[in-house]
Each structure stands twice: as structure tokens, then as C-alpha cells.
Design a protein around this ligand. Sequence first.
Ligand code: ZN
Length: 319
Amino acid sequence: MEANNELIFLKPILKERIWGGNRLRSEWGYESDLPGALGECWAISCNAQADCEITAGVFRGKHLSELWKERPEIFGAKPGEAFPFLVKIIDAGADLSVQVHPDDAYAKAHGAEAGKWECWYILDCPEHAELIVGSNAKTREELAQMVKAGEWGRLLGRVPIRKGDFLKVDPGTLHAITAGVELLEVQQNSDITYRIYDYDRKQNGKARELHLKDGLEVTKVPYRIREADVIHTDDIENKPQLLAATETYRMWTIAVNGNCDPEMNGDTYLLGSVLEGSGAINGHPVRKGMHFIAPKGYEMSRLEGTMRIALVAPAVSCV
Ligand code: ZN
């Protein structure tokens, strides 16, 4: 079978976190020898910390980083280009730290390769859940003063969410995932995080490091999220719903009920995650918890079953 006619399935990598929960085992069926709470599933990942293995097809047994490097034409990538994405499922048993990420320019000026944008698709959350996004500071001075005084309740912006919501977290946005929320996180492939506040928690008797200087420098002020910035996705079936189309990435979700042709013509490679249910993609069976890459040129023409999938692609102008 030709390489660009086949979906490339990947084995997720699980991570323990102090704030983790139990849903990655109990609801997603992922197995792990790690003894503690699982907080993250690195579902489509191509970096030194977690390099997903290909589980089926002609490239079975290879790691994603090897395929990306050896066969860039499968993705339509330029030789030497870095793999731009990281797809995770996050299960927050407790609140995650309040943090901020820099943009590319700041990251590069401070010794890192890339900054980080991220975006969230809410898979599950408690009733009346809110996420922390943005702040109520009007000036940089006010931001610094409120952080110094620990006025978190007054400082941090909050937005109500429900299952199926989507929101973007651009570089420079203060943010935190809150207890009980489960989400699909798509992000720039970078681990640069400036932690601003960690609820004074201790890990092995020690507080985790904060990065206030860089964090305050990159935080956008003023920046408040509005409820209108949250996209709701609960009522469209059998066609792709566009969630984001930025300078660097595009993202869709599709709720399949019966069958449909999503008219994804293969103009770029696609990253896919099955978030609910089961079905088939061009006749290939898939179910919740499976993650794949459709090579450039792969025409995704028939989705069947009862399932929800998320698709991510580079912006067309990037390739
Ligand atoms: Zn983040």
C-alpha cells in the first residue's frame, strides 16, 4: 500500500502528574505501569521527552520523529523543519498551576526554540465549571502588584465552560485548567512554561518552581477573555465544524452520526483523535482513544459510525 493512502496510528504516552485523575485509565482504557495519578496522555508527540511509536501499517515500530525526519514528503514538510504540534488529553483531578507561555520571538531571544500557543476542546467538566483565562489587571503595574500581594481571586480571569466548548489560549495569556475538567489540548511543540502560581502546593515536600520574572514580562495586559471567545459545538452533525484557523494551524471537530463525506482533500497532513464512540474512516475501524496522522494527499472521504473526532492541520500558507 502506498504510504499516502494509509492512516498512521500512534501509541499514546502517559504521564503522571500531581494534579492527575483516574479517567485516562477508567474511561479511555489506557494502560500504564506508572503507580500514580495519570494527568496527561501525549497522544501525538514527536519530541525527545515523548516520541510516539507507530502501531500499524508499513511504518509500524518506527517513532514519529524518525518518520518525520526520514520521510518529510509524507507530510509535505520541508527537510529540517520541526514537527510543529503536540496533542494531549489532560485529566485534571485537581487544579493545574496558573501559567503563561511566551511567543516565538520571546522564546528564541531567551534560548528556546519556540514559544507556545495552545487551545482546548472540553471533553468533560463539572456543572458550572470555569477555566482560568486572562486577567483583570488593567496595567502592568497592577498585574505585578496583584501577583506580589497574592490577590489571585481578584486578578485571574474566569470563563464558564461546558462539554464541547473550544477556546484558544494564545501566547501571553494567563491560564489554568481547573479541577474536574478533561480536555483535548493541542499546542505548539514546545515545553516552555512560566509558572505564576501553584496554590502553594508541595511536591515531595517542596514547592514547584515559579518563573515570575519571565512570566510577568510575557503576560499580555490588559487581556480579558469574553464568553463570546468560546465556541460551542453541540449541535452540528456530519460535517466538519471549524474551531480555529490561525496563521499556523487549523482545527475542526466532526460529530459523525451515520455517515458523511467531510471533504478533507489532503491539501496538508492532518492529525486526528477519536474523542467519543467508534466507527470507521475510509473503511478503517477506529474507536475512542485512537490517534492518527493522515498523510498529505490522503483523501478522507467517508466517515461512518457514531463518534466525535478532532482534526488538526497546519495552515495552508505554512506548507
Ligand atoms: Zn499552558
